[in-house]
Design a protein around this ligand. Structure first.
Ligand code: SAM
Length: 217
C-alpha cells in the first residue's frame, strides 16, 4: 500500500507517545515524527514493522534508523526554520523528510548509488524536495557550505575535520563517534572561526560512516 491511512496515523500517534515516554521533549520534533508516514519508506512486504521503535534493513547492508534515534538526533540539532542543514547518510530518506518538516533548506548525501537512486525516486513520488547528492559525505558538501547544522547518521571513528570547516560560526554538528560496535552521540558547536565546544550524550549503535574521513574501506 502506497498511501497513508487513518490506521497509520493512529500507529504514529502511539509511536509519538512512546518517544515522549523515552524522553523526547521537543514538540516540533514529535509533531514531525507524527506527520511523516514512515511505512512509505519501507518495502511493501515489511510495512507492518514501520511503527515499531526499531531500526530496519533497507538493502545494501544499510538500515533506516530507529525512530527514537531520529528524534534524538533531530532534537539535538535544535533546528530553526531558516537553518541550512546537511544530512550525511540519506538512506531511505525518512530522516531527511523529518528535517524538511522543520526547515525547507535540507541537503542530504548518500554514499551507495543504489540507495541514492531509489530514495531520489521515493522523495519525488512523495513530493518532498531536499537537495539530494550521491558521494562521500564524510567530506561534507564544500560547494554548498557553510551549513548551520550538520547531521551524520552513520557511526564515525573520529569527528571529520572537513565537516567542522563547513559549519557556520554558531552552527552545530551532531555525530555518533566511536568504534565499529558502539558510538557516543556528540554535538560539536563552532563557537568562533577557530574554537569548537563538544558535548557527549548517550550511546548508540550505527552502521559505519564510510569514506575518506570515515572508516576508509
Ligand atoms: N538517515 C537514514 C534514514 O533515515 O533512512 C538512515 C541512515 S543509515 C543508518 C546510514 C547511511 O549512511 C547509509 O545509507 C549509508 O549508506 C550512509 N553512508 C555511510 N557512509 C557514508 C558516506 N561517507 N557518505 C554518505 N553516506 C554514507
Amino acid at each position: 500500500m502506497h498511501t497513508d491511512s487513518y490506521r497509520h496515523r493512529g500507529l504514529r500517534r502511539t509511536l509519538v507517545e512512546e518517544l515522549r515516554r523515552k524522553g523526547i521533549r521537543n514538540e516540533r520534533v514529535l509533531a514531525a515524527i507524527g506527520t511523516i508516514p514512515r511505512h512509505l519508506f519501507f518495502d511493501p512486504a515489511f510495512q507492518a514493522h514501520a511503527y515499531q521503535d526499531k531500526a530496519f534493513p533497507i538493502g545494501e547492508g544499510q538500515t533506516i534508523s530507529q525512530p527514537y534515534t531520529v528524534a534524538y538526533q533531530t532534537e539535538l540539532l535544535n533546528l530553526h526554520p531558516q537553518d541550512r542543514v546537511l544530512e550525511i547518510g540519506t538512506g531511505s530518506g525518512y530522516q531527511c523528510c523529518v528535517l524538511l518538516e522543520l526547515t525547507p533548506h535540507v541537503c542530504s548525501i548518500e554514499y551507495q548509488p543504489v540507495l541514492f537512486e531509489r530514495t531520489r525516486k521515493r522523495m519525488a513520488a512523495l513530493h518532498r524536495s531536499a537537495h539530494l547528492f550521491c558521494g562521500d559525505g564524510s567530506l561534507g558538501l564544500p560547494q554548498h557550505a557553510p551549513f548551520d547544522k550538520i547531521l551524520v547518521t552513520a557511526g564515525s571513528p573520529t569527528i571529520p575535520r572537513p565537516l567542522l570547516r563547513q559549519l557556520r560560526v554558531g552552527g552545530a554538528l551532531v555525530i555518533p563517534v566511536g568504534d565499529a560496535h558502539t558510538q557516543r552521540m556528540m554535538r560539536v558547536v563552532r563557537e568562533s572561526e577557530e574554537e569548537f565546544s563538544r558535548q557527549v550524550f548517550e550511546e548508540f549503535r550505527f552502521v559505519p560512516l564510510l569514506g575518506q574521513a570515515g572508516w576508509n574501506e
